[in-house]
Design a protein around this ligand. Structure first.
Ligand code: ADP
Ligand code: MG
Length: 609
């Protein structure tokens, strides 16, 4: 679908929808459209956290109900119209989301679903028990509107239409800002997002609160329209399920999908009730569709239709063979002041971490000198990746200390460590598959700021910088491809560009040459050396001995979670302890000339052939 057709379709839809009361005087039809819009606004709100952030829950009805009760109670006590109290409804729902979000957002997956469901049942209980305020299980009646019955539905219709437009504008805005990019990152890989400086906790809570405020508005209008609040319905799993289903059916994470889904669902519900005799048909429709959509139709209506219109999209990446497209030079990287020799950039002291009976890291201590390329080698399972997880903050240590450039960081969350100049790549690369390569590189954040959340996601100098870094690693030509379409080696290079935008003091590379073709290995080696000359300190885990020994100034050897040796590459290759624990007695010692040499030379090592 071209942008023009899309715009026309949206405009036509808006005119049609906005004018419904003018086109038909049939109350039942007007009612159907109004209920569809209530659900559409709700689904657009749910989509912010559920679609963009990947957090589904069955507790979304709560902010809707909180908004309904807030508007109703305030209107009853003041005698003013519930419309006047809509801002208060939004506020109350947002405050609820801040509290519950702050707790529930600590859990993921099942834990999150259970926490939010529990909150739903708890609030339902309170609403049915707090009789003086809510009129208890009998439900709360609202004042009837004062305007002419001839135009009864009109104000509701236009209020909801305006709300829908506002919700869509908000949703569109979120998609284009850092907040949206952060939420997309959380959806694709939350731990990874934290390691590149995304303050995932704040992003999630802000996402919840934003969606909740919109839900509160929808709830307030709905309560006034229905003239009655049933606590069992507005705090129900069924209502939450309808909101979720509308989003899933139309297209999770799309802008207009939730609206389309909401209308389809309400119309099905309406005609289902008419033809199938009402009653609990709604439960069957919601439950059955929820199962069917999840199993057979996970992308939803809108993406499927757009896919057809576009022809078969998502083809293979052009030139996806793994060759660097246009290798750049490191000149783009900001030159760092050469650090004083022997200042430790990273100090690890007595680090410990166990998994059940396995002591993966067992009192490990070492230091990485500023300005160095330090190698961390050791047999499989010796604890290298776990050490990286503990240093980077992806995992909590059982004990020990981690100091980055003179500051203790082991109690900080991963994103604060990233803000302090610590960057890492992963053994199995972890890019955000559904984002483009360029978006992947602009997602990292060097600092947190509230204003930054609202900044445009891919913009001016930052996008330029990301483009430069992609050129630097030779991936510039693939910037608009989805990251999931890249080859393994290409991903390793993009992941390097991604952490470079943080301008880190220390970069931890976990097997940068693992599983990639020799040309890319060579490029990777050159890059590391060039970046090191530009002032970056590296700690590199690698099994390719010629590669890593040729590259590094110092080598640390890990065995059973402890650092058993350290020294120059020459010394390490002759250390009997290391030969015994890792390299093997028949390891071919390399010529003495393997120190730091001009790029390229050292990578063509004897054992590399
Ligand atoms: P390396 O990277 O040196 O190959 P790892 O740090 O991945 O080693 O693993 C060290 C030990 O810890 C291994 O015995 C591994 O099985 C265990 N281990 C690592 N991660 C986990 C985990 N998440 N759960 C359980 N055991 C783990
Ligand atoms: Mg590993």
């Amino acid at each position: 679908m071209t942008a023009r057709v899309r715009r026309l379709a949206v405009l036509a839809g808006a005119v049609l929808l906005g004018g419904v009361p003018l086109f038909t005087a049939n109350q039942a039809h007007q009612n159907l459209v109004i209920l569809s819009m209530v659900l559409a606004v709700s689904a657009v709100a749910v989509n912010i956290m559920g679609g963009y952030g990947g957090y589904f829950s069955f507790g979304e009805a709560v902010p809707f109900g909180v908004g309904a009760y807030t508007a109703a109670i305030l209107a009853r006590h003041t005698g003013l119209s519930p419309f006047v109290w809509l801002p208060a409804a939004a506020l109350a729902s947002a405050v609820y989301a801040l509290f519950v979000g702050a707790v529930a957002a600590r859990g993921r997956g099942h834990t999150f679903v259970i926490l939010t469901m529990t909150a739903l049942l708890l609030v339902q209980f309170v609403a049915t028990q707090a009789t003086p305020l809510t009129n208890g299980p009998a439900g709360l009646p609202l004042p009837t509107p004062g305007w002419s019955p001839a135009y009864l539905n009109w104000p509701f219709h236009f209020a909801l239409f305006a709300l829908l437009v506002a919700a869509l504008l908000l949703s569109a805005r979120v998609r284009r800002t850092k907040l949206g990019l952060g939420l997309f990152a959380i959806r694709d890989d939350e731990d990874k997002a934290a390691t590149i400086g995304v303050n995932t906790r704040v992003y999630k809570v802000v996402g919840f609160a934003m969606g909740a405020a919109v839900l509160g508005l929808a709830g307030g209008v709905y309560a006034y329209y229905a003239a009655f609040i049933d606590p069992v319905y507005v705090f129900s799993v069924l209502l939450s399920g309808q909101m979720l289903l509308a989003m899933l059916l139309g297209g999770t994470g799309t802008l207009f999908g939730p609206v389309i889904g909401a209308f389809v669902l309400q119309f099905l519900d309406y005609y289902g009730n008419l033809t199938l005799g009402g009653g609990n048909v709604r439960l069957l429709i919601v439950g059955g569709l929820l199962v069917a959509v999840t199993l057979f139709f996970p992308r939803g209506l809108l993406p499927t239709v757009e896919g057809f219109a576009r022809g078969r999209g998502g083809g293979p990446v052009p030139g996806g063979g793994g060759e660097p497209a246009r290798p750049g030079r490191v000149t783009g990287v900001r030159e760092r002041v050469a650090p004083p020799p022997d200042r430790p950039m990273l100090q690890v002291r007595g680090l410990r971490r166990g998994f059940g009976g396995v002591r993966a890291v067992d009192g490990c201590s070492f230091a990485v000198a500023a300005g160095s390329i330090t190698a961390l080698i050791g047999p499989n399972g010796s604890g290298k990746t776990t050490t990286f997880n503990l240093v980077g903050g992806t995992m909590r240590a059982d004990g020990g200390e981690v100091w980055l450039d003179g500051e203790r960081v082991d109690r900080l969350p991963a994103w604060s460590r990233a803000h302090r100049g610590l960057a890492r790549t992963f053994q199995t690369t972890r890019l955000f598959g559904r984002m483009s390569v360029l978006e992947n590189v602009v997602t990292p954040l060097r600092a947190f700021s509230w204003r930054g959340l609202g900044a445009v996601a891919v913009s001016g100098p930052e996008a330029r910088r990301a483009g430069e870094l992609l050129d630097l690693v030779g991936m510039g030509a693939l910037r608009d491809q989805p990251a999931a379409a890249l080859s393994y080696g290409q991903r390793k290079l993009v992941e390097l560009a991604q952490v470079l935008i943080l301008e880190p003091k220390l970069i931890l590379l976990d097997e940068p040459a693992g599983g990639i073709n020799p040309r890319l290995i060579e490029r990777m080696g050159e890059l590391i050396v060039e970046l090191n000359r530009a002032g970056h300190t590296f700690l590199v885990v690698e099994h390719n001995m010629p590669f890593v020994l040729g590259l590094s100034d110092r080598v640390l050897v890990l065995s059973r979670g402890r650092c058993i040796a350290e020294g120059s590459p020459e010394k390490i290759q002759r250390d009997p302890l290391v030969l015994d624990a890792y390299l093997g007695a028949d390891f071919v010692a390399r010529p003495a000339s393997v120190g730091k040499q001009p790029t390229g030379e050292r990578l063509r090592s004897p054992a590399g052939e």
